[in-house]
Design a protein around this ligand. Structure first.
Ligand code: SD4
Length: 364
């Protein structure tokens, strides 16, 4: 028996009813789904990716924000040596984790409102294996702890004190991650204690240095890579929103929210206000839309449309989420709400460069 949902998915009108934009709905209605899951409804077929949707090149590394430039370089070294995408994304995001100038990731990250630097991270590989840590303190490289969770435990996520003890048992050194600069800023913030999850950046596009500066008080690094064997992996790591409540965990360690990888389809990742991403399970949504035939760009735009829809398009001035996605052929898509998002891209032909994302709100 055909369910209402199957019927809807089979028609462009139905897709529109499900919230999919009209142009994409028309394309999806005629598209062949890809992957084993889709194979239960239709034979396993390859998806035809329309040209002009991005670079369509592999190997490939993409990552969020300006601090993605040095991170991509480190990831690319692994890929260029014939290494695995998983090793590349881990090596890549360790760069901002260790950089005290990046005040939104790892060491030097801005603390919560009680002065604790608490870190969230996750990693996912080409086999659909995943590992994560959340609310982790005093360990500089949460991404590597997340990988150990994936590889050495029967679990996907460890949090807080349990994650810290596991890290120490694995030989990770403990250290205070709160730098003098972050402590000074936090003390200044305490005077007003006004919590603003999104503060607009000074225009990050006006500087050319590789030093991070981008969005006011947060800039997670999320990275996606395809290696020379065509395998995909992704990583995401952050100190989270500055001056969050103690104990708050964002989207960044949540598989399906800030990161999702399906080797048969593509991968997606997020940066921005984690609560928005979690409520729409953005990265999983984007990969599933690509599975149904959407391009990475269309899928990212739809991910943002879901958030807009939840807000009834009302006042988006305080809302920021950016999505970045690749399909398994190396096509790239990116879209965000505010007109600030930039991502770093590295491939053999073009080297490493920063790209301005298209956005829903335009620069005034
Ligand atoms: C969080 N998504 O903790 C992270 C913050 C972030 O760019 O991505 N900032 O909600």
């Amino acid at each position: 028996m055909t369910t209402r949902r199957e019927f809807l998915i089979g028609t462009g009108a139905g897709l529109t009813a499900l919230g999919v934009t009209q142009a994409m709905g028309a394309r999806l209605a005629g598209a062949q789904p890809v992957g084993q899951g889709a194979g239960s409804r239709m034979p396993l077929v390859d998806r035809i990716v329309p040209p002009g949707e991005g670079l369509g090149r592999k190997p490939l590394v993409v990552s969020t924000w300006r601090h993605g430039l040095p991170a991509n370089e480190a990831a690319w070294k692994v890929i260029a040596d014939g290494g695995r995408a998983l090793d590349a994304v881990e090596a890549g995001v360790r760069v901002p984790e260790a950089d005290p100038e990046v005040m939104s990731v790892g060491y030097g990250g801005r603390p919560d409102r009680e002065g604790h630097v608490t870190l969230d991270a996750c990693i996912m590989d080409e086999h659909g294996q995943a590992g994560a840590v959340a609310f982790l303190e005093n360990i500089m490289h949460p991404i590597s702890v997340a990988r150990k969770v994936m590889e050495l435990t029967p679990h996907v996520m460890l949090v807080g004190e349990g994650a810290r003890r596991f890290a120490v048992a694995q030989g990770f050194p403990e250290q205070d991650l709160l730098t003098d600069k972050a402590r000074t800023e936090w003390r200044e913030w305490l005077k007003s204690s006004e919590y603003k999850p999104w503060t607009p950046p000074t225009d990050p596009r006006s500087t050319s240095s590789a030093k991070p500066s981008a969005s006011g008080n947060h800039d997670t690094i999320s990275m996606l890579a395809i290696d020379a064997d065509g395998n995909l992996s992704g990583a995401c790591t952050t100190s989270g929103l500055a001056y969050k409540m103690h104990g708050r965990v964002g989207d960044s360690p949540i598989i399906g929210a800030a990161l999702f990888v399906d080797n048969e389809v593509g991968a997606a990742c997020a940066t921005g206000i984690g609560e928005e991403v979690m409520k729409t399970l953005g990265s999983f949504l984007i990969v599933e839309l690509m599975r149904q035939g959407a391009t990475p760009q269309e899928a990212c735009e739809e991910g943002i449309a879901r958030i807009r829809h939840r807000h009834r398009d009302d006042d988006l001035s305080q809302v920021q989420v950016a999505y970045l996605a690749i399909d398994r052929h190396g096509n790239v898509g990116a879209y965000d709400i505010q007109p600030w998002f930039q991502y770093a891209i590295t491939d053999a032909e073009g080297g490493t460069r920063l790209v301005d994302s298209d956005s829903y709100l335009k620069k005034k």
